[in-house]
Design a protein around this ligand. Structure first.
Ligand code: EPZ
Length: 423
């Protein structure tokens, strides 16, 4: 397994291009199952999760080709050869559950392995299943799989209110509803930019959807969808991650392709901490005036709240803040695994359940640390860039799931970072 070696940095300077959103692409790709026409996705990120979703779709009989070095995905599923998403693929990536709704809507049948939990939490899929049941699906859970059948004549429109906001369940239900007979009203849905992006793509494919970005989606089912070409929205989590690089090290970095509207709550917290955040013609420029950042409190929440996927990275910044901050994680039950690793670098963090109290320190010291999940891995890299001495991050395969060319992008703004084979 590879390691990443980071050495403490002076101020950064330059620009970082932001890729297409992993979490948008992972729901846009299964949309190909809704039609027998070709779907082309541009601005696709080159990540291991995208390769996993490609393998899953191909196992169902879809054709997926990566063009122009993978930034364009050409997908088509004129005839599925299987309706079974196997455990050996699903266990690698929970987003695999997103083939359930489209397959059920298109062919009336689907057998999808239950994804199981992951490091940050149990990650149940009960809300996905309840929404599809509301549309008439019959679901049989056995031997670790969901055996789903649509009623004779296909799924039918329904009114369903989610008891709690779920990004994935919203995506599964939205895709299924596009081909259901009649009108579906989904209430208390997720409002993330990735949901808005999915709705825009589905509309380009002929779906009739209203309300994306609000708490209620109304979908008029149609008989069939056609193909489309759709650009994947900018990755707001990669964007926020790289906006923290100058916050950690000082200097000034422009994130090309970023837009503040994707991350308003996060940008407000950077402003509160004393950073200068300005939207430019090409993206977002972040700079840190001299001196330490201020400690600010954060509570993660569904969009438009502070993203849970940026909590670990923001904690790295608060480790060096002038004061004490409290980070409250309300989305997942175990998303502070980066804390003990940051503590190895001299951070002072107390975790109690869903709260982490961070007492800012003047300096962090480089140390060998271990990545535990995707967002924790990049939090440790950010800390290493601001620490004295050398930090070695192991298990960086977590990183490859969500960050394309992280070494190249950070080196381009002056970071002392390299990737090596573990000895
Ligand atoms: C998506 O996961 C993202 N993944 C996650 O990003 C992100 O952290 C999360 O949304 C929240 O924003 C993708 O889009 C591929 P949820 P998802 O359903 O859809 C509970 C990353 O780092 N829940 O919104 O799985 C669940 O346990 C990843 O890129 C149920 O109880 O998240 C959690 O506590 C990590 N039953 C809460 O809802 C369900 O059926 C929110 O989960 C579904 C979810």
């Amino acid at each position: 397994m590879d390691q990443i070696i980071v050495r403490g940095n002076g101020p950064l300077k330059g620009e970082i291009p932001i890729a297409g959103a992993k979490n948008a692409c992972l729901t846009l790709m299964p949309a190909t199952l809704l039609t027998d026409q070709p779907l082309t996705l541009t601005n696709a990120p080159r990540l291991s999760d995208i390769r996993t979703m490609t393998a899953l779709l191909q196992s169902l009989g879809a054709e997926v080709a990566g063009l122009q070095e993978g930034q364009v995905l050409a997908l088509s599923s004129h005839a599925l050869t299987s309706h079974r998403a196997d455990y050996d693929i699903v266990r690698k990536m929970r987003a695999s559950i997103l083939v359930l709704g489209p397959m059920l809507a298109r062919d009336g049948v689907a057998e999808v392995s239950l994804p199981g939990g992951c490091a940050i939490g149990a990650r149940p899929v009960d809300l996905h299943l309840r929404a599809l049941e509301a549309m008439g699906a019959s679901l049989d859970l056995r031997d670790g799989y969901v055996h789903a059948r649509a009623p004779h004549g296909g799924l039918r429109g329904a009114v369903f209110e989610f008891p709690l906001v779920s990004v994935g369940a919203t995506e599964n239900a939205l895709m299924a509803a596009t081909l259901a007979r009649g009108t579906t009203v989904l209430k208390n849905v997720a409002r993330e930019p990735e949901i808005v992006d999915l709705a825009r793509c589905l509309r380009a494919m002929g779906a009739r959807i209203e309300g994306e970005g609000t708490g209620t989606l109304t979908i008029e089912g149609v008989d069939a969808l056609h193909g489309a070409t759709h650009p994947v929205v900018t990755d707001r989590i990669e964007l926020g991650t790289y906006m923290l690089a100058p916050a950690m090290c000082g200097g000034e970095v422009e994130c090309i392709g970023g837009r503040i509207e994707l991350l308003e709550a996060f940008c407000e917290k950077l402003d509160e901490a004393g950073l200068v955040v300005e939207e430019t013609a090409r993206g977002i420029k972040v700079s840190r005036p001299n001196g330490r950042v201020r400690a600010v409190n954060v509570t993660t929440a569904p969009f438009p709240g502070f993203p849970t996927d940026l909590q670990a990275q923001f904690m790295a910044l608060m480790c060096l803040a002038d004061g004490t901050s409290i980070l409250e994680e309300t989305i997942f039950e175990n998303r502070f695994m980066h804390a003990p690793e940051l503590a190895r670098m001299g951070a002072r963090i107390e975790v109690q359940g869903g709260h982490a109290t961070v007492h800012g320190v003047e300096t962090l010291r480089g140390a060998p640390v271990m990545a535990t999940d995707l967002r924790a891995s990049v939090s440790l890299i950010l800390a290493g860039m601001a620490a004295e001495g050398q930090t070695t991050v192991s298990r960086v395969y977590h990183l490859d799931r969500g960050y394309e060319h992280v070494v190249r992008k950070l080196r381009a703004v002056g970071a002392h970072i390299e990737r090596v084979k573990e000895d």
